[in-house]
Structure formats: structure tokens, C-alpha cells
Design a binder for this molecule. Sequence first.
Ligand SMILES: Nc1ncnc2c1ncn2[C@@H]1O[C@H](COP(=O)(O)OP(=O)(O)OP(=O)(O)O)[C@@H](O)[C@H]1O
Ligand SMILES: [Mg+2]
Length: 420
Amino acid sequence: MITQDVKIIKNSKVFDETHLPSTLPVREKEAQLIIRRIYTRMRDGGGTEVVAITGSMGTPGIGKTTLARYSAKKLSELATKSGIKFKYVKLNMHVPPKLNEALRIIVEKLSSNINVKGLSNLDILKAIVDYLYYNDTYLLIILDEFQGVLKAADKAGVDENMLYMLLRIHEQVPMPDEVNRIFFIIISNSETAMAKLRHKLPQVYSQITLNIYLRPYTPEELYYILEQRAQEGLVEGSWTPEILMMIAEEYGVTGRTHKLYAGNARSAIYALQRAAEIAELEGSPIITEKHVRIALSKEDSKALISLSDLNLLSLHELILLYAIAMYTMEKGGWATTGTIRKYYENAVEFFGEKPRGHTQFNQYLHRLKAADLIQMKPSGKGMRGRTSLIRLVPVIVADDLVDLLPQLIEAKKKGVPYEY
Ligand SMILES: Nc1ncnc2c1ncn2[C@@H]1O[C@H](COP(=O)(O)OP(=O)(O)OP(=O)(O)O)[C@@H](O)[C@H]1O
Ligand SMILES: [Mg+2]
């Protein structure tokens, strides 16, 4: 049932891939580097500037495209303020266009008055250079998904020519006043692609003036990115920092985890949007931990509860997991070992068993942790003595466990495997 009077998402565009944030919460330093480089060139009367943005393979969503788009937009604003004429165009090279197509896209962006019909590539290049010269305009060309060109070059060998023509345009077709007014940002998703470029087209590679290597995001970085989206896209009071941190921790890269595809801001932003939608559908005015758990479990189906894994647990481990799920449903967040012990004792009684001693209890906890069912961390300051904090892994929905576990526990008590 959709309850119409509850609204959490105030602007859904904020969660779109194409949305460009007004400020970059994390990559601002890198953006300033790019902006300063290119702006200085424009102010001082031109020059070569080829910026390379690279990320390591298997780490999408780390802000490569965003960094380039953002820098271009800021450059545009700066140029306008300083009375400099500046334009930019982004070409997607994933499936590389033919040089002719690429040039047409550039021409379109510059002016509708340039007629390219029937012109050769070289003549179109000349037309572009003429336009920039006569209008004293600077142009930034962003070549996104640049690795696509190199892949294509492997097969056909034709696109190398295109790259050469484009990136060495100032030599192919020099401006009448010898001022170079064209800058490039090339974006690639792997160092391998850059190594290939260096090997295949050393002349082009050696033109790179600024190399920016981006790492996958840490939980803290993702937190700031999510906070910005929450402020811009969600109704005030509908979210808490804890909710954002939970998502950020799930997707962020820490020193210990080396999950492939981790550190992805795109996944984190979508998870926040899903959590908000789930809350709205339920008619809840706030996003709760449960909504986040459902949102996270929806995407990462691998991490969903595996019955065969659960069947490997002992009776008391199952009861302890049930106790932790109960705690999560009732309270949520991290719990101290002491609190979980109390929930465990209640659950043991509920299932007609006797609680085990503390040493064994701690072993159960570590087993659950090893099975990736719970997370543990040392309690920070502000707590008496040293204890561990515990919670259910965020991808699991506690309600599902509370529904399922009693059947498994009963089967285990009878000594028969749970059939499913
Ligand atoms: N530093 C950041 N600040 C704010 N939003 C960000 C930041 N980095 C990434 N994002 C957001 O995360 C999403 C993915 O970013 P982006 O498309 O730039 O990643 P990418 O590295 O180009 O990924 P791919 O390799 O898949 O092309 C976008 O919605 C973008 O707005
Ligand atoms: Mg991209």
C-alpha cells in the first residue's frame, strides 16, 4: 500500500547518475589542481595541458567522470568571471566513435554556424581551429572511458590515428598565432590502459602534464558524499548520521577489506535512495535501520542469509544469532557483549535450554563473526572497562532471521537437519 502523505525524497534528481553536485565533498583538492592548471594556461595565453584521470581496474563509481565534469563546470564559471571564452565537450570513448563523428560532436558544441558537410577530417579540424582562433575561445575536450579507444586500437588499428590526430591537433593544424587553445582530460579505468597508451603512442603519452590517480572511497569519504545527497535530496529530519554511516561502512574500503568493486559511490548513493523509497512505501516518515538493511540486502544478494551456512551452526550458535536478530529488531545499532548476553539468556529460556558459560558464549560470537553473520568491534571511549560491540551485518534483515531461525532451532534440538 502506498501512503501518499509520507514523503522522504524531496528531490529524486539528486540521486540520478547525471546529477552534478554543487560542490565535491571529497575530490575538491584534485578538482582544484585541474582547474588551476587549465585556468592559468587560459589566463596566460594558452599552452598544452593534458590531464589524465585514472582509477584502478575493478573499481567503478570512484568519481572519475564526476571530477572531470565538475572541473569543467567550475572552469566555465571562472572563465566567464574573467572575461575568457571557454567551452567544453565530453566524448564517451567506451565504444569509440569514428574520428569524423567525434569531430562533428565537437563542432556542434562550438557553433551551429560551422558547416562540415562533405569536409574531410583534416578540414573539419581546420574549421575547429579557425573557430577557436577567430573567436579567441578555449576548448576542453574530455575523453571519458578512454580505455575503449585502446581496446579498439588493438583490433582494427584505425583509432590510433584518431587519437594521434586529436591529441596532437596543435601540431597537425597549428593556430595562426601559434597559441594552443585546446586542452584535454583523458579518463581511464585502469593503469593497464595507461601503460598501453605509453607503449603504443609514446608521443601522446608524453604530452600528459598532470596525472591524477583516484582510489576507491573509504567509509568516511562515502559518508560525506551521502550526507550531501541526503541534505539536497531528502526531507529534513527523515535521516540520521547513523543511517548514512551504515551505508558508508558497507560500501567503503577499509585497510582490511579488499572487496572487488568496493569504494563505489554510485552503489552507496543508490542504496540510500532505495532505503528512502522503502521507508516511503511503508509510510514511515523516517528512514530506519531496518529500511537500510532491506535496501542493502536487495542489492547484495550474495550476502543474503544462506540456509546451508546456517545449518552448519550449532544449536547455541543459532540461538545466539536469534538473540542478536531480536536485539536488532527491538533496538538496532551496536550492542555491548553484556546486552547480547542478556538477550541470549532470554532466548535460551524461550527455547527451553540452559545458557552456556561465558567462555563458550564468546566462542559462539567469534563463530558467527567468522561466518560473516555479525560484526564486532572494540568499544571506544566512554564505556567502563573493555568490551566488544556487536551487530548483525547490515545486509541481513533482522525480521527475516527472527521468522526463520525458530524452525531451524527446533530441528536442531531434535537432531534432524532443517529441510528447505
Ligand atoms: N567526490 C564525490 N562527491 C560527490 N559525488 C560523487 C563523488 N564521487 C562520485 N560521486 C557520485 O557517485 C556516482 C559515480 O561517480 P562517477 O560516475 O564519477 O564514477 P566513475 O569513477 O566515473 O565510475 P565508472 O568507472 O563507472 O565510470 C555519481 O553519481 C557521482 O555523482
Ligand atoms: Mg565514469
